[in-house]
Design a protein around this ligand. Structure first.
Ligand SMILES: [Zn+2]
Length: 323
């Protein structure tokens, strides 16, 4: 039999708190006399525990404040640890980065390593996080060993992982990398499929065409061009069929100066070739180059054009002219 307190409560009848068989009631409902006798020891213990807890809390609070101070000092210190970080990054690159890593990825790795090491050195020097340099170096070695991406990784990403290849935390176009690494594209899309896709996108884009024209009339600066590009991007993303996955701003292994370019929209589908869309207000040679690459990789390249200029495109690239 469970013994319960049984004393009257203020609101809900008798108190139902379980108590040891020898107790007259629960501590809460004890009289002053019972508190001084039956519960005296337990109340004293409780107070002691509360006191100890308060003290521990204060210690923790102090430790937390010290941590915040140290972190601030480390952040400040990181402004001066650039040279040390560069030296450490050099060694990592020399010892762990494969010469086969393409220059844009090598440059990105260098920037990543220098930045992370700058903070790691500062964290150690200020005592904020001891051992941080070793830890970060270990993580960076693992990143370096994972470069460049392999054919297997690109193939898996292109077919199973939604079309995105993760390289140093950034989204790259998987099918583009597969082509870049193997020199072989996916089988090209059937002409009917391209025609259907272009039809869907054109319908979707032209539905709001009146609005686009009023926007286009205002094109006199970069801002409104960007506005139309954003609008068209959204329209294309909306036009993607449910089983497809629209992806914005994926990096593509096509050089633009010393860096890789990015694609406005890629629509990935588990069942067919990717659709690659560039949206431009003028004849942009970089877009033509990216779309030709997409074509060679076996995707459906589509160039949405508004604004000014000729609309000639590389062979195999479909133009949707919104003017
Ligand atoms: Zn009670």
């Amino acid at each position: 039999m469970v013994k319960r307190c049984g004393r009257p409560t203020k609101t809900r009848g008798k108190c139902r708190i379980e108590i040891p068989a020898d107790d007259p009631c629960c501590i809460q409902h004890a009289t002053d006399e019972e508190r001084a006798t039956v519960f005296a020891e337990r109340l004293a213990n409780r107070e002691q525990r509360q006191e100890a807890y308060r003290e521990r809390r204060e210690l923790w609070e102090a430790a937390r404040e010290r941590g915040i101070e140290l972190r601030q000092a480390a952040t400040e210190r990181a402004k001066e640890t650039g040279a040390a970080a560069t030296e450490l990054a050099e060694v990592l690159i020399r010892d762990y980065l494969s010469p086969a890593v393409p220059p844009p990825l090598a440059a990105e790795f260098r920037a990543l390593a220098e930045n992370r090491l700058r903070y790691a050195v500062a964290d150690e020097e200020t005592g904020y996080r001891p051992g941080r340099v070793g830890l970060v170096k270990g993580e960076l070695r693992a990143v370096a060993r994972g470069l460049p991406p392999t054919v297997e990784q690109a193939a898996r990403a292109a077919s199973h992982d939604g079309g995105v290849l993760d390289i140093m935390g950034k989204g790259h176009w998987a099918a583009g990398w597969l082509y870049h690494l193997t020199g072989r594209g996916m089988y090209p899309p059937a002409p009917e499929l391209t025609a259907e896709t272009v039809g869907i996108l054109t319908d979707c884009l032209k539905r709001d065409l009146d609005r686009l024209h009023s926007l286009a009339a205002q094109i006199d600066d970069e801002a409104s061009i960007e506005g139309i590009t954003r609008w068209a991007t959204r329209a294309i993303v909306r036009a993607a069929v449910p089983e497809a996955r629209p992806l914005r701003e994926l990096t593509v292994p096509v050089l633009r100066n010393t860096r890789y370019g990015r694609l406005d929209v890629v629509v990935w589908s588990a069942f067919g070739p990717d659709t690659v869309v560039e949206i431009d207000s003028a004849l942009n040679p970089a877009s033509a180059q990216k779309l030709a690459f997409a074509r060679d990789a076996g995707a459906m390249p589509i160039w949405v054009r508004f604004g000014e200029g000729r609309t000639d495109a590389p062979d195999g690239v479909t133009v949707i002219d919104l003017r």
